[in-house]
Design a protein around this ligand. Structure first.
Ligand SMILES: Cc1cc2nc3c(=O)[nH]c(=O)nc-3n(C[C@H](O)[C@H](O)[C@H](O)COP(=O)(O)OP(=O)(O)OC[C@H]3O[C@@H](n4cnc5c(N)ncnc54)[C@H](O)[C@@H]3O)c2cc1C
Length: 378
């Protein structure tokens, strides 16, 4: 990935769009705008390339979205996933997956940013962006801080793609989160020595959360978990709780000394998705656990939708129109995730579900086709 020195960015302070956050929502939005001839600055807080707490599983709908914008080749090093195995206690059931993939997020996100830079966009990493409170006129100002250096950049449009933990639009009065009272935390780590076959996702459901496991093309196994914050604290931390959930499903693994990546509470929503010349994209709009391979799909889908919406420039009705468009595009899938989320919290419900799937194997096709055009899980 080509990252310009800050001095190169410094030469230009006026942009058509400034995109905050270089995850899939930000990178794909920035890429699509750059392809349309916009002068785009993409700002990323982390040193690039960065790691992200994520299972890296891509659903068929995500793959279809990537194909639709000519980005299918970013999956060249992804592993094709053909089945998902749900475990609760000693029971397990297999669900088929069509056109699913697993990919290391460091690699995936870096590929997307690379496409953006090759399309003529300007990328600056290790720089934190904050939207200033200039809510009138034909631009928004974004304060960009890289080390000791602070600059103000202006753009006709700002896109906040800063994920669940981002604070870039914290001072916007409309941008408050509504967080589910029982929201779980995310945690992830990578192991070399965990028994999982390539092409399979294994979801282990236990008391206090669930842990997904998938193998990447380099042989490493990625564990991604959603954990009850109280159980997590009582157990002595996310690593200990993940071990105990895996053990309850017959997987003995030690995570002592492993570096875990975490996320804030997952299930949350912004009731408004934009204000004057600023719109949210991806997780910055909201997220619903579990990770059914949909988070990245929603990020890519919302990047495609939002860039179409703003194609003709700014108008005051865009924040409302964006809310409606996003609801129409994602609400059904997010509602399904809410149901799965409730089931995944009860090991007993999971066991009953597994027994049902084992007794009626044809149900598994119906379950997978109900959740996405073809579904996956992480
Ligand atoms: C444990 C876990 C497992 C998951 N597993 C899966 C899975 O298997 N499949 C799936 O589809 N989804 C999964 N998800 C969800 C998925 O990771 C997210 O939905 C997806 O990353 C959203 O993309 P995004 O671009 O909106 O945000 P992000 O990927 O979070 O990107 C936001 C970026 O903004 C940057 N940023 C933040 N603040 C600033 C700032 N002020 N200035 C500049 N940059 C900033 C951050 O550094 C980050 O790089 C998982 C999530 C978790 C927590």
């Amino acid at each position: 990935v080509c990252t310009p020195g800050f001095e190169e960015v410094d030469a230009r302070r006026d942009w058509d769009a400034i995109v905050i956050g270089a995850g899939p929502a930000g990178a794909v939005s920035a890429l699509l705008l750059a392809r349309a001839g916009w002068r785009v600055l993409l700002v990323e807080r982390s040193a690039w390339p960065r790691e992200k707490a994520c299972g890296g599983c891509l659903s068929a709908s995500c793959v279809a979205s990537l194909r639709s914008i000519g980005l299918h080749d970013v999956l060249a090093r992804a592993t094709r996933v053909t089945s998902s195995h749900v475990h609760s206690g000693r029971r397990s059931a297999r669900l088929p997956i069509d056109d699913g993939f697993a990919i290391d997020r460091t690699q995936f996100d870096a590929e997307l940013v690379d496409r953006f830079v090759r399309a003529g966009g300007t990328f600056v990493d290790h720089a934190s962006a904050t939207l200033l409170t200039d809510t009138k006129g034909d631009h928004r100002t974004v304060r960009v801080q890289r080390g000791e250096v602070v600059e103000e950049h202006r753009a006709s449009l700002a896109l906040a793609a800063d994920g669940l933990a981002g604070l870039s639009i914290a001072t916007e009065p409309w941008a408050q989160w509504s967080i589910a009272r029982d929201a779980y935390l995310g945690a992830a780590t990578t192991l070399d020595d965990f028994a999982v076959d390539p092409g399979e996702i294994h979801m282990h459901v236990g008391t206090g959360g669930y842990v997904g496991a998938v193998k990447y093309d380099d042989g490493r196994v990625h564990l991604a978990a959603a954990l009850n914050p109280t159980t997590c604290r009582d157990a002595g931390g996310p690593g200990v709780l993940m071990e105990s959930i895996l053990r309850s499903c017959g997987q003995d693994v030690s995570l002592t000394g492993r570096r875990l990546r975490g996320s804030p509470t997952l299930t949350r929503e912004r009731l408004q998705l934009g204000g004057h010349r600023v719109l949210c994209v991806g997780d910055a709009c909201g997220y619903v656990e579990p990770f059914t391979g949909e988070g990245i799909a929603w990020a890519v889908r919302s990047a495609i939708d939002v860039t179409r919406l703003v194609a003709n420039g700014w108008s005051a009705d865009l924040p409302g129109a964006w809310r409606e468009l996003r609801d129409a595009s994602l609400r059904r899938k997010q509602d399904i995730c809410r149901v799965v989320r409730r089931a995944a919290r009860s090991p007993l419900a999971m066991r009953l579900g597994i027994d049902l799937l084992r007794a009626l194997p044809s149900l598994s096709r119906i379950v997978t086709s109900a959740s996405t055009p073809t579904a996956s899980a992480a």
